[in-house]
Write a protein that binds this ligand. Structure first.
Ligand code: HPA
Length: 273
């Protein structure tokens, strides 16, 4: 079966669960998934029930697509996402974004937890993604191009839409929240980086490093979607402090800023026309 057929089957299934047509899509990263609990008139659709969505590998609860209203604004949210380090092909990792597009989504907000490479940042800071560095030598657009979705050679000069970045800054200002900005570096994981790799990333111009978001932003941008990326800096990257990195710490810090992060996302969503 070809990719467009798969995308349409997934879309048609979701349509049988909700007839709402949100223009905004949200991908909720580590610690932010519970934002879907604040959605009203919401329909929850587990990933594994949707045709061609992969079976999640992460232990515990799996991801879900939630369609409903956030702050009164129609959105489709992914609580959970697929990661490259889980062993999925990038076409699987980015599949939900393509389905969102077919559902009518025009703007996608990608969130994640990541490590701070820029020493001016602190754990718990939120960072607006201005651009990215893809250091994985992989790209979800490799392979036969789906001309219906976008061009073979997609422009990448402004993946993270300037106008949305302005909206995010305006929202943060109104909420009296600090919002850093910088370049997000995609590293495959699942092991964290070495101190030497972090030094390299800093020299190359990266301000933060994480294991997601870039595949989704490339695919969204390829389809002409407006993209906003916001990271929660959960830790100083490897080698900056004299301490080991732990997933536990990442989750703890992500959870401690969840409330502020949620306020920011809700405000941004209500400002998008
Ligand atoms: N590196 C990569 N991914 C991450 C990190 C990190 O330091 N923290 C949270 N996700």
């Amino acid at each position: 079966m070809d990719m467009m057929q798969k995308i349409n089957e997934a879309k048609n299934y979701i349509r049988t669960k909700s007839s709402l047509s949100p223009k905004i899509g949200l991908v909720l990263g580590s610690g932010l998934g519970s934002l879907v609990e604040e959605m009203t008139d919401a329909v929850h659709i587990p990933f594994e029930s949707i045709p061609h969505f992969a079976i999640p590998t992460v232990e515990g609860h799996s991801g879900k697509v939630v369609i409903g209203k956030l702050n009164g604004v129609l959105v489709v949210a992914l609580s959970g996402r697929y990661h490259y380090y889980e062993g999925y092909d990038l076409s699987v990792v980015t599949f939900p974004i393509r389905v969102m597009k077919m559902l009518g989504v025009e703007t996608v907000i990608l969130t994640n937890a990541c490590g701070a490479v820029n020493k001016d940042f602190k754990p718990g800071d939120l960072m607006l993604i201005t651009d990215h560095l893809n250091l994985t030598a992989n790209n979800p657009l490799i392979g036969k191009n789906i001309d219906f979705l976008g061009p073979r050679f997609a422009d990448a000069s402004e993946i993270y839409t300037k106008q949305l970045r302005c909206i995010a800054h305006e929202a943060a200002y109104e909420l009296k929240m600090k919002l850093q900005e910088g370049v997000y570096t995609w590293w495959t994981g699942p092991s964290y980086e070495t101190p030497a790799e972090i030094k390299m990333i800093r020299i190359l111009g990266g301000d933060a490093v994480g294991m997601s978001t870039v595949p989704e932003s490339l695919v969204a941008s390829h389809m002409g979607m407006q993209v906003l990326g916001i990271s929660c800096l959960t830790n100083m990257a490897s080698g900056i402090l004299d301490q080991k990195l732990s997933h536990h710490e990442v989750l703890e810090v992500a959870s401690s800023v969840k409330y502020q992060f949620s306020l920011l996302i809700k405000s941004i969503v209500s400002k998008i026309k």
